[in-house]
Design a protein around this ligand. Structure first.
Ligand SMILES: Nc1ncnc2c1ncn2[C@@H]1O[C@H](COP(=O)(O)OP(=O)(O)OP(=O)(O)O)[C@@H](O)[C@H]1O
Length: 475
């Protein structure tokens, strides 16, 4: 029989564990004398005033000079000083706009955003988002160390409360973005208890990008295919890797594939690269058929193409064995990129089991052995689930365009990508070509948009590469 507890034998409080002993010693409550409270306020004010010139040197010196001018020269002196400062700023802005933007405009903007947005809304947003911590009935908030601005985003450097982790912020990026009225939020870890929150001020990728001009220059390790959110070029490495582009229908997978093919054209034209294309939908790649060394559009011919690529790759590997450790594209041994539109057609949807099995074997062999001998696969896929495509981990580089479900983000970009702000499932359907990638050397996903290669561009490309080249231009 269960023992009934005696009335009053075990007293528990909701916040403290059950005491081990019957007699409890507690700290007496002592009222703080008024003089101590006052002294602490005076100390804090003095500390603030002493730190002010170090924290805001330009603002404090500007204010001090203005007060001095008013004190010694009166109102006309102050007006003259401000007129002279405005004139200098105007000349500076006209003559050296970049340095003016860096040293004046963006700094004033950062100060303004610090005061009117981040400091003002910091406490309510963090408390409501659940990022304020409580300990012994006191509330602790992460502290804003600094706000900086560049042309497109605000960066808020934050000191974390001891005992919390950057992951707490990574899980709340959506709340933070909405809380500070930004289109998105990204968390970067700088060091222990030191993170930066990046809030874009506007969507820099809202406008479609035209296809880049064709040039004579090509770098297979960095093909320009679009633009990153910060305005820098988005470059795709194809030589020495394999790339999987995932996105729902209409998300713009074709623009990534065509931008890559377009950027490769100089190498295709001089014979140091070949594009082998598989186009089960017969819509996406058939337009530029003349550009491809080999082309297949049904299950049998697609598998034959893949098996031929495997045979050529193995032949090359045999020739290189013991002599060469990496591939350099030449006309005898060109770089071969196998472009596979809707790879699931071959690996999951084709009615013939034998075709599915042979295709899967060939893709697995190419992706696991092709890198060092100059064979790469660039594949597009709509549904990243394992049942549909169980080879996705053989692709070292992946691009997540608009996806159906939140859970698919980590399937494509790897564990933790969604927590770090890669909200591919929330991409606006009116922005095809927008997606997230993980760039080399950085765990944080970057938002990108592929350039749009129109049907006319493809016709021009297929019609003759030389006629479309912009001489000397950069792609
Ligand atoms: N980068 C882009 N910029 C602007 N518009 C684009 C871009 N990419 C695609 N579009 C537009 O979106 C439409 C659908 O794109 P696309 O056919 O490439 O998508 P998809 O992902 O390949 O779809 P599916 O899987 O059905 O073939 C295109 O017809 C084009 O109008």
């Amino acid at each position: 029989m269960l023992r009934q507890p005696k009335v009053g034998a075990a007293q528990t409080s909701p916040t403290l564990p059950t005491p081990a002993q019957g007699v409890r010693f507690t700290t007496p409550i002592v009222e703080t004398p008024g003089i101590v409270v006052l002294a602490s306020w005076i100390w804090r004010l003095t500390r603030f005033l002493v730190a002010l010139p170090f924290r805001f040197p330009v603002m404090v010196s500007g204010l001090s000079v203005s007060v001095a001018a008013w004190w010694w020269l009166g109102w006309p002196g102050l007006a003259g000083l401000w007129a002279a400062a405005s004139l200098v700023s105007l000349v500076w802005w006209r003559a050296w706009p970049d340095s003016h933007r860096r040293w004046v405009t963006l700094r004033v903007l950062a100060w303004w955003r610090h005061v009117t947005v981040y400091r003002r809304h910091w406490q309510p947003v963090l408390v409501i988002a659940g990022l304020a911590e409580s300990y012994q009935e006191r509330r602790y908030l992460p502290r804003i160390r600094r706000v900086t601005c560049d042309t497109w985003a605000d960066r808020v450097r934050v000191s974390l409360v001891a005992g919390t982790a950057p992951a707490d912020f990574e899980h709340k990026v959506s709340e933070l973005a909405h809380g500070f009225a930004a289109p998105s939020c990204r968390v970067t870890v700088n060091g222990p208890r030191d993170i930066t929150l990046e809030f874009p001020r506007r969507d820099t990728l809202a406008e479609p990008l035209d296809a880049f001009p064709m040039t004579h220059h090509v770098n297979l390790d960095a093909l320009p295919v679009g633009r990153c959110e910060d305005g820098s070029p988005w470059v795709l490495k194809l030589h020495g890797t394999h790339v999987l582009v995932v996105g729902v229908t209409g998300s713009g997978k074709g623009s990534v594939i065509w931008s890559a093919v377009r950027a490769m054209l100089p190498a295709v034209a001089n014979g140091t690269a070949q594009v082998w294309a598989i186009d089960p939908k017969r819509m996406e790649l058939s337009y530029g058929r003349d550009l491809f060394a080999h082309y297949a559009d049904d299950g049998e011919s697609a598998v034959a193409l893949l098996e031929r690529a495997v045979a050529d790759m193995q032949d090359r590997a045999e020739r290189y064995a013991g002599k060469l450790r990496s591939h350099v594209p030449t006309t005898d041994d060109p770089f071969v990129i196998v472009v596979l539109d809707e790879v699931a057609f071959l690996t999951a949807y084709h009615p013939d089991r034998d075709v599915r099995r042979r295709a899967e074997n060939a893709i697995a062999t190419l992706t696991s052995q092709g890198r060092s001998v100059g064979f790469a696969v660039l594949a597009a896929l709509q549904d990243p689930r394992k049942e549909v495509m169980n080879l996705r981990n053989l692709f070292p580089d992946k691009v997540a365009l608009r996806l159906d479900e939140a859970s698919q983000v980590d399937m494509v970009l790897g564990e933790g990508a969604r927590d770090r702000g890669a909200n591919a499932h929330l991409i606006d359907p009116t922005l095809p070509g927008v997606g997230y990638v993980r760039l080399e050397g950085s765990p944080a996903p970057v938002r990108v948009r592929a350039a749009y290669v129109s049907d006319e561009d493809i016709t021009a490309m297929a019609g003759g590469y030389e006629s479309g080249v912009v001489s000397g231009g950069e792609g």
